[in-house]
Ligand binder design. Sequence first.
Ligand code: GCO
Ligand code: MG
Length: 420
Amino acid sequence: MTAIQTAEVVVTSPDRNFVTLKLTTDDGLTGLGDATLNGRELTVVSYLRDHVVPLLIGRDPHRIEDTWQFLYRSAYWRRGPVTMAAIAAVDVALWDIKAKAAGMPLYQLLGGASRTGLLAYGHASGRDLPELFDSIRDHLEQGYRAIRVQSGVPGLKTIYGVASAPRADIATGAADAPGGGRYDYEPASRGAYPQEEDWDTRSYLRHLPTVFDAVRNEFGPELPLLHDGHHRMTPIQAAKLGKSLEPYDLFWLEDCTPAENQQGLRLVRQHTTTPLAIGEIFNTVWDYQTLVTEQLIDYVRSAVTHTGGITHLRKILDFAAQYQIKSGMHGPTDISPVGMAAALHLGLAIHNFGIQEYMKHGAKTDQVFQQTFTWKDGFLHPGDAPGLGVTLDVDEAGKYPYEQAYLPYNRLADGTVHDW
Ligand code: GCO
Ligand code: MG
């Protein structure tokens, strides 16, 4: 029997913070797993270092399902983003090891390729229409064939998903910028306190349809367009938005309302045919039970990184497949290259793949994590190296120590804290 010999938790902040688990077996194989939880990174580091790593040493790396069940059930305290990110990192590292032992790219172990490449969408944003159009053109030039549209709202200073100012240092599609474009948006900001943003739902509901109208007039009916509501509406407000966006034929409307109350989506669904995507902050199949069995959503947004790894997300996606619901895995810059690689292998193998979110990482991140994935004509492919196809340069990672960073939060005009 082979055994896990060492388990190292590597924290690095090349363009932003990342947490990576590196497992090494006594026969010399290594496996990587992503455990990055944006703005709460060190909680997962402690969960792994203090509680999980001691349990891994000496275990058989090939017993992936057994290790998953052991870590989930023996903790007694179930679910939650910290637990599930830690288990995800172990799970993905074990799949990486198993695929390397087999001499195959990981997607082969998951059933082999169900398609030739993964359609990906990028993030266009602008404070006003000229900036937004510019950003959409940037993304088209970078090869994107599906584009998320986020826009400023008159009267609001800062808003989720919109870069606060175009980057002056790059013209278009520069490889060294996180996101790769001039209007790219990075939610977490370094510093000791979260930044405050402002929010007004009525202004947003009035303004957004005018933005999509302008975008459709400029770019035509074919381009798949997406939008993220980022949990800020009540179900009836979300229903109204979905209905008012119907003429613009969205690929999806994401996180239109916080979905802890899964039944709330019934109301949205009764009123609109705009496709709905939910789940980037979910971490188990139980968070989807009503949403899936009542077909209240169209796309599952969960990432491998935050949902217990490939083992658990695969179960969610297989469950969703029985209800014609597809994958739309979360892929912002806070999913590390290791987490992205896991998403690409899983997305290539499953039948019910929908679309993959893809924000490019910056050049420093790409130096810390060497990757084999390819990006061509709007499609991603994980590559054919054995395992995940990612190597971590631990010395390079050591050059970028952790930097405290927080996600922002919202307040309404009267000072009330609101969902961000
Ligand atoms: C998305 C997400 C992100 C999140 C971020 C938080 O759709 O990509 O909403 O932008 O806000 O991942 O860490
Ligand atoms: Mg989102």
